[in-house]
Design a protein around this ligand. Structure first.
Ligand code: ATP
Length: 294
């Protein structure tokens, strides 16, 4: 299937440029479609060996590849915010998904978070409205994303203002509680909701609570864009953050902000009690999102 720096997938030739990311069980390369020079991301899931710390057997890696691919293909016509799948293939050793390539929103936010600078309000609004709509689409067909964070949004378009979701939150079979997953994964608990920390069912749960956990994560992202830091950023270790979230009974304080609608939607999304948080439709129809749509 592959020769050095070139790869042919179902008859289409690609040039491989560099590794642009990795997941717990995958490597992602930046490449070009040699027919038209179009930039692509090529995600390769190794069925035989895990490159990273979490152990999963070959069968569960293979199943996860199929689940992810099927979910992506299923969502293509239903949700315009899902990353477009351009090609895919598999053999005994690997599963491959070729997608549109962009920059992760994390890279853009990083500059701001490092210097404690908020994103320009119009940019924050443009990004967040798309995120809300993408999650609204998912929830309205009964799917919880389960891992909403800036790393999972890719910026496309000439000015990077168009967002796509890349990771459907479909994970390998991991230990069944969130704390163990967070200890094994390289991730941060900054976007994890209080109820997920207390839950025995884990972050990939499709249970009712999962919907409101997606809303909490959207709230954390808006907070980060609006203030230039994350709500739990001052707590240094993952353990401290999990501890704080696990004991959270009162709503966290939202700093003052000149945009009243933004502060209001933030307060609602970051309510400690998931039952008091709005659902995706209510967030989509909140004046902060819908007002600027009219
Ligand atoms: N379409 C894309 N364009 C640009 N970068 C991408 C793209 N898809 C993935 N990446 C990069 O590769 C990384 C890993 O991709 P992805 O999250 O899909 O892998 P994963 O194996 O599902 O991860 P996890 O172990 O968190 O479930 C992303 O965080 C991102 O940096």
């Amino acid at each position: 299937m592959a020769s050095s720096r070139r790869m042919t997938i179902r008859g289409v030739h690609y040039r491989i440029e560099q590794q642009i990311g990795h997941g717990l069980h995958s490597l992602v390369y930046g490449g070009r479609d040699l027919r038209n020079g179009r930039p692509v991301a090529i995600k390769i899931i190794n069925f035989l060996h895990g490159s990273y710390s979490v152990k999963a057997d070959t069968e569960s890696r293979r199943q996860s590849y199929w689940k992810e691919l099927q979910m992506l293909l299923y969502l293509q016509p239903l949700n315009p915010y899902i990353i477009r799948v351009l090609n895919h293939d598999h053999n005994e050793r690997h599963g491959i998904i070729v997608m549109e390539r962009g920059e992760t929103l994390r890279d853009t936010l990083m500059d701001h978070v490092l210097s404690g600078k908020p994103l320009p309000p119009s940019q924050a609004h443009r990004f967040w409205s798309q995120m809300v709509e993408s999650i609204y689409y998912m929830h309205s067909i009964g799917i919880v994303h389960g891992d909403v964070k800036p790393e999972n949004f890719i910026q496309l378009g000439a000015d990077g203002s168009v967002l796509r979701l890349i990771d459907m939150g479909i994970s390998f079979h991991l230990p069944p509680n969130v704390t163990s997953r967070l200890k094994t994964a390289a991730g941060t608990p900054d976007y994890v909701s209080p109820e997920m920390v207390n839950s025995r069912i884990g972050m990939s749960s499709r249970s009712k609570t999962g919907y409101k956990a997606d809303i909490w994560a959207l709230g954390v992202i808006l907070f980060e864009m609006a203030f230039g830091y994350r709500p739990l950023q001052s707590l240094r270790s993952n353990e401290a953050k999990l501890n704080f979230l696990g004991k959270l009974r009162r709503d966290i304080t939202i700093p003052s902000h000149p945009d009243k609608q933004l502060r209001d939607v933030l307060k609602r999304c970051l309510r400690a009690n998931p039952r008091r948080r709005p659902n995706a439709e209510e967030v989509f129809n909140h004046p902060y999102v819908s007002g600027k749509r009219k």
